[in-house]
Ligand binder design. Sequence first.
Ligand code: PEP
Ligand code: MG
Length: 582
Amino acid sequence: MIRKKGIAVSPGIAIAQFIVIDNEEFDISEPAVSGAQTGDELERLQGALDVSKREILELQNYTQDRIGKEAARIFDFHLGLLEDQVLIDKFHEGIESSQVTAEYAVASVLRSYAKEFLDMPEYLAERVKDVYDIEKRLLRNLTGQERPSIGNLNRDAIIIAHDLTPSQTAGMDRRHVKGIATDAGGATSHTAIVARALGIPAVVGLENITASVKGNEHVIIDGNRGIVIIDPDTDTLLECQNFGAIQNAFLHSLDALQLLPAVTTDKHEITLLGNIEFPEEVKSVLEKGGEGIGLYRTEFLFLRGDREPTEEEHYEAYCEVIRACGNKPILIRTLDLGADKYTQSRARTPERNPFLGCRSIRFCLQNIPLFRRQIRAILRASVNGDVHMLFPLVTNIMELRQAKSIVRDVAEDLEEEGIPHRPDIPMGIMVEVPATALQADAFAREVDFFSIGTNDLVQYTLAVDRGNEKVASLFTAAHPAVLRLIREVIRTGLQHEIPVSLCGEIAGDPEFTLLLLGLGLRKFSCTPSAIPEVKKLIRSVSIKQAMEVARQISRFDSDKEITSYLRAVTRKVIPEFYGEEA
Ligand code: PEP
Ligand code: MG
């Protein structure tokens, strides 16, 4: 039995045999073919193009049904590549003039195409992954290599991989993929986000899980505690099955909370909102009992396609969210691209230190036409709903002033053009850099609300990369320095009478709920699947109890003591969460 600790990114317990998805390295050496064989090669190429197109269309329909239209658009780019006449002509030229095999023509043309992509604007460089994806698919169909397909399994399985590509994750066979474990990745990786949206238990950042499995032993994925157990002994298997059953029963029991308010036992009303990446996710936020959208990560609009979205595409996506939400509040965050949201190694001029580089609001203020297009769409869409505009990673008051002045300017343009819009849209900032938290009072005078982003606040306060599995054990919001910043931001918000919400991952972690309530937080925004548990906790405690927890915390100097204290008090309130009887 081997036990490994990684980063828990999608909750739940899964037990099944595993499948390892490798990197599919294809042998394309010995490229020369004789003139007489070129006809055969062209025919093989056409066959592979046709099969690949069919496969992608199937994958796209499947994704649309399971995750929604937005996510399925990832595949438009793949289809576009397979139908691109310039590329097809180049494949033909390779086979006919250079007399190479179809495999060799495909690999060499697509690899040089991938290089061209690197010279495009940096956020598009991420699309290089899709070019590699298409290359693999074509080669697989040319060589006829049988590879395990996670899109069509005939038995339940845990997927183990170094990392997964966007099309692999989005196209997974939901009936049979019971869990995911990867060597690479962090809580914000594409795999993590889609696994959460699909409700598949997942643990990432395990470093060498692919090298730790062999044969066909069973694997347990504990997506709550970030643990993977390979070849469990009978006792561990029974214990996990038992834990899973109690947890499932507990989660089902929470369905009854959907329509009940998030109110403490001493009648303090708390607002519970959901975080989304795609408009289709609004449905699950509402089904889980969320009262609106506390964070809409719009950078996924940019990441899904091969180009910057047009103003109309932005507008359509925002209207779709508004239509699904009715008059519930929606915080649309402006583009937060950069750092972990595209691959630096593929950028034209890689930044030496991307998390401290040109990301988020900094990127927008250096690309004003792009920023204005997004702002126009938000202002136009906001006449239809209760929309708020949220700026990410603001560190300097001048950035805020500049962003607000661009909004005013865009509103004036819309006014002149006679286009309906909301000029007085509430504007707020993510508080996710220590400098901003420390200067919260100055910011509070110039914004309508704060949203605390603990994912980044933790990494910048503790100097721990949030996506680096090697330092994952140091990444914790329970560090006294982080908690002090959170407390100050909430207190400043209260003092200035502006709403403060918290949308980092800890908003959905029941072990932090009591403490955050005790620190004065009244608005939580989290991943949809976490809403019921957080609501259950809120409805089980009083603010008086929560304040006592916050007071006790100030006695501790280390995050370890705080974590175990929080676990102990949470365990008392909802033992079912720990697999124990109530
Ligand atoms: C955060 O930093 O806490 C946050 C919510 O934003 P993101 O995870 O998208 O960086
Ligand atoms: Mg952030």
